[in-house]
Design a protein around this ligand. Sequence first.
Ligand code: ADP
Ligand code: ZN
Ligand code: ZN
Length: 713
Amino acid sequence: MRRSFDYLPAPDARLPLPGERVRVPFGRQRAIGIVAAHAGTSELPRAKLKPVTQAIDTTPLWDESTFGVLRWAADYYHHPLGDVLFGALPRMLREGAAASREETVWRLSGTGRAALAANSRLGRRQQALIALVGADGATSADIAAAGHGAALRALASRGWLESSQRRPPPPPAGAGRPGPVLTADQGAAVAAIGGALGRFGAFLLHGVTGSGKTEVYLRLIERVLEAGRGALVLVPEIALTPQLVARFRERLAAPVVALHSSLADGARLAAWRAARSGSAPVVIGTRSAVFTPMPGLGLVVVDEEHDASYKQQEGFRYSGRDLAVMRAQRAGVPAVLGSATPSLESLSNAAAGRYAKLSLPERTGRAGKPRVTVVDLRINAARDGLSPPAIAAIERHLSERGQVLVFLNRRGYAPTMFCTGCGWIAPCKACDARLSVHLSRARLACHHCGADEPMPFACPQCASELVPVGEGTERVEAALTQLFPSAPLVRIDRDVIRRRGDMEQALAAVADGRARILLGTQMLAKGHDFPDVTLVVVLAADQGLFGADFRASERLAQQIVQVAGRAGRGDRPGEVLIQTSYPEHPLLKCLITAGYEGFAGLALEERRAAGWPPFAHLALLRADAPSRAEVHAFLESAAAATPPARRGAIRILGPAPAALARRAGRHRAQLLVESPARGALQSFLSGWVEAIAAIKPPRSLRWSLDVDPAEVD
Ligand code: ADP
Ligand code: ZN
Ligand code: ZN
């Protein structure tokens, strides 16, 4: 709900502070609420206001500056504050679990000691309890577990035992192993950021893959810890990079907790509590960890800041990276954004002087930069996705005992099933999309809605033969296995990496050299170290060149550079082959001749000319419903909902169908709002959201507002 509700404080009780949870009557039910603010007046008459039933917390859940970030984010993203606050909490806290786990410890009191000295008579049970309590005390839980509950009540009522509250012991700390001697560039980066500790500053750390960015974070965190403060480190996906957390635990002599969505509820709550109490001063987490309360925060790090997973794509659509910078600013500490392929937004912030840019242009290993070549697919026709030059290169590297990485960002056997007789293409019944062929399972599957059906034997229209057209990783795996039968292959994509541990297993086979060929989707391009990979082959670079979305080419360039950066991290030089049908595409050419920075310069010029972010500010109103007409009617009324006088420097484009105009049976369309000024867009949105909320669309229609959308197609 886009509003808050007024309550009276509970009679004769302490006034709960903003950020504390309370139980309240809500309609005919009870609910847990979070106090947003204190008010002196209400729109409701006093007689209609109900008092809070019970306070849950004794102190606010968040420190003041983090609570401020949450309120700011609700405002900026025009999302209901209640959803923002509850979404920022582990599930068990949303359901009322205690925010801190303090234990009750029982000890012998002065009276008790005197009585024992006077040889007062004790029952057998009571003697056992006294023994358990001993000199160090025992917790209520331990006493109950030992079956001494009755004895405890008896001795406590006589005043022989007294209780106090104790914090649980902090999570274990690592050994604090020393790191390597820093390179000159690393040293300069540590000095620049280290000099800014204690005040806000945003730093863009642009370092090629393997240049030692993580080492820079570790050094800075060591300094922050020495000063008695803590660090928040955001990473794109922890489940995919288990080594990273291990490396932090090994290097830092302080408790480190990880916070991410694949933790079980209890573990997540424990990690949150350890962070909030300060007993774990280092938090490594994914996107939503940006909302973790931490006392004495001293540094915020966002690793791989360009990664798309920092933007939440449903519900509260915030950018974890942008909020991390806001959090650092409010806490008065530095924010470090690190990447081998910085986002165009961050590069333009650096160009404008808002971020200080630091570079690590060299790898720490002996290997130089990889050699990049383009394979023109118009001249070198590919079979099963592999061109003759690519096959020759793979053969050469395998025979020289190198490992080979083949990148194709498409899973399944083939993206289409095609009829040779009439041209029929197997469609998804619920989406405007084709079904992908999964040959090993003999199924056709939709990668948009998850529909999954048996593979037909013949064309349902003309009974002719059906053939899979195009290629996915499954097909390339079959081709590579046939071409190189003696080179064991490991495939990494969402069809084969499904359970916890699958990834670790696959990575282990690569690390110990059992696997000679690695084949996979973008899961491969993220954060892993493959020191023995000497050849990287990018099979289909063209997917991103003509994407409908304004960010498509940026994403493509980042993927190519990231995946190429996996090669030759040890001491052997790497080679990169990029297969494309458009070798003279200016962005691709620029990427190959001038590297990521050259590409970024050109891509930013294109964005400026076209009026796309970061040179414009966008918001997207999305809507979907089973009926196409209803979606368009809603968007038409939304577009008309604001008097032109309020529009100022605002342009509204649409309604236009989404790139995937029907998905899972629902029609999808959108309005794009753009403005050259962030402030103008924000003040427009404030009024607009209220106007939209007043429209009463059919119940089956869903809408959402996305401020700074990651994609507009
Ligand atoms: P990035 O985070 O930029 O990919 P890392 O910090 O992971 O880079 O460093 C890449 C590799 O180089 C790691 O194995 C790391 O231990 C090593 N390394 C980092 N800094 C140094 C250094 N100054 N001297 C020697 N080795 C280093
Ligand atoms: Zn047919
Ligand atoms: Zn579908």
